[in-house]
Design a protein around this ligand. Sequence first.
Ligand SMILES: O=C(O)CCC(=O)C(=O)O
Ligand SMILES: [Fe+2]
Length: 297
Amino acid sequence: MNIAQQKTLPSLDSIMSDIERYGLARNAVELMTYGFTVASPETLGVDDAWTERFRDATLAAYEKGHDVSVGDYRTSTITADVSSAQLYDEDDVFIEAAINPAKLALVRLMLGQRAVLRTNTIILKGPADHAPADYHFYQNVPLHTDNDVEGIPMGAGRICHRLNCMWICTDQVDEADGPTLLVPASQHVGHGVLPHDSDLANTPYPVVRLDARAGSVAMWQGGTFHSALPRTRTGLRVTLSENYTRHYIQGPHARSHYIPNLGRLSPELLSRHPQLKRVLGLSQKQSGINPPFDPYA
Ligand SMILES: O=C(O)CCC(=O)C(=O)O
Ligand SMILES: [Fe+2]
């Protein structure tokens, strides 16, 4: 039996056909069970040239936003992050990333068809011995959950409300790269990371080191415990996170970080990339009064 073919729940049926079309079955199950997954460049349909374009554009956006020069990312020692950069009128490569269809199939599986891209965060992570000693985020990131950004209660509805999609722009294949660490199945714990469990050196939780080549997207649920190691290799780890939420989630204090100036997007740009409006939550359809809840709609 193929349930999708029965066409009783169109919201999910179309996601299921995309999961098949893009070969995402393992990613989908990992995301729902372990709470995280890595979609490879091949799965996402991006090649080395695209990844290079994306990385260069990310570095350029950081430089422009901060009016600084990063220099050669292979030798630079900058450590910094920036949220909510308005990237879409800087370079079309950011739009191509935002509307990547294989990635969106997984986003919509977890957050429903009306999932909204809320923030873009660029993280440039240089060698820890160049980062300030009290900049703990780049020495040893404590275990934490991202749900806290929106104040989403960990038990909320037992469905995923937030998804971090981190575009990996430089390889993260060993400890020296300063990779993310994740606690498998921790999104089911039902509470956040307790303070005395947050230090990697003492935590009782098992962690998995993220292993991802440049051009991959690492995804984890808002309730998945994670952390990151300090970078010990020369040069920068370059990433750009797209953070998505369900359409009805807007954390009061998080809102100020949300992608600003959406109105700045030109009609020409929006008509060139018709899918972008939906991804940014600018084309929400009005639903009837109190329709039955559908976690995939
Ligand atoms: O830098 C990392 O690997 C993790 C960053 C992080 O905690 C996040 O993006 O939510
Ligand atoms: Fe995080």
